[in-house]
Write a protein that binds this ligand. Structure first.
Ligand SMILES: Cc1cc2nc3c(=O)[nH]c(=O)nc-3n(C[C@H](O)[C@H](O)[C@H](O)COP(=O)(O)O)c2cc1C
Length: 193
């Protein structure tokens, strides 16, 4: 555990996870809460991380997006079982820019792009055929060339104010290191396991 900047630290652990893990190391649990404070959690994929924060993409009309509009705070949790590591993040949430979202959307496979148009994420559906019909309709709308980003699909950035690194050790004598943002600096503490 060498670095004092937790985002550089994260980059190091993330690189380790990309080399070591068998399942997708970008998968992270995302916790949000609704306007009444009721929590919910689901998996999303980390698409970009740097000193500004942790970015994921989703449907802007989904429950998670509604939560984040009402309460722009979130928690993330990564688990990398081969490395026996966990990283927890808490912070405020902001939308990514349209340019960022367009840039990422343009890199997605065409069928994923069409799926983003077709999905009314988390709303009830009469059956799988309804999704297939919706994808077929969008494919007719954009038969060739670039598929533009749907106006209801974009990303959010979790801007961390707390990051905790957990490393499993024998006999539950684990290492826990917590970083808390204090203005421009980070306070670093070790925690009992
Ligand atoms: C490994 C994994 C990765 C996922 N990645 C995403 C993602 O990046 N964006 C997304 O909108 N949903 C993703 N999902 C689906 C979400 O977990 C969830 O079902 C969906 O976003 C609806 O969530 P909501 O109803 O809370 O808004 C993923 C699911 C799994 C299991």
């Amino acid at each position: 555990m060498a670095s004092k900047d937790p985002l550089v630290f994260f980059e190091e652990w993330f690189a380790d996870a990309k080399s070591a893990e068998k399942s997708d190391p970008t998968a992270m649990a995302l916790a949000t809460s609704d306007a009444s404070g009721n929590p919910s959690v689901r998996m999303v994929l980390l698409k970009h991380a740097d000193t500004a924060g942790f970015v994921f993409y989703t449907n802007l009309e989904s429950p998670k997006s509604e939560h984040l509009k009402a309460r722009p705070r979130a928690a993330l949790c990564f688990h990398w079982p081969v490395l026996e590591r966990q990283v927890r993040v808490e912070g405020s949430v902001e939308p990514v820019t349209a340019e960022e979202a367009d840039g990422y959307f343009s890199t997605r496979p065409r069928l994923s792009q069409l799926g983003a148009w077709a999905s009314r994420q988390s709303r009830p559906i009469a059956g799988r055929f309804v999704l297939e019909q919706a994808v077929a309709a969008v494919a007719l709308k954009f038969p060739v060339g670039t598929v533009p980003r749907p106006p209801y699909w974009s990303g959010f950035r979790v801007v961390p104010d707390l990051i905790e690194f957990w490393q499993q050790r024998p006999f539950r004598h684990h290492d826990r290191q917590r970083f808390t943002r204090e203005g421009a600096a980070w306070r670093q503490e070790w925690l009992f396991p």
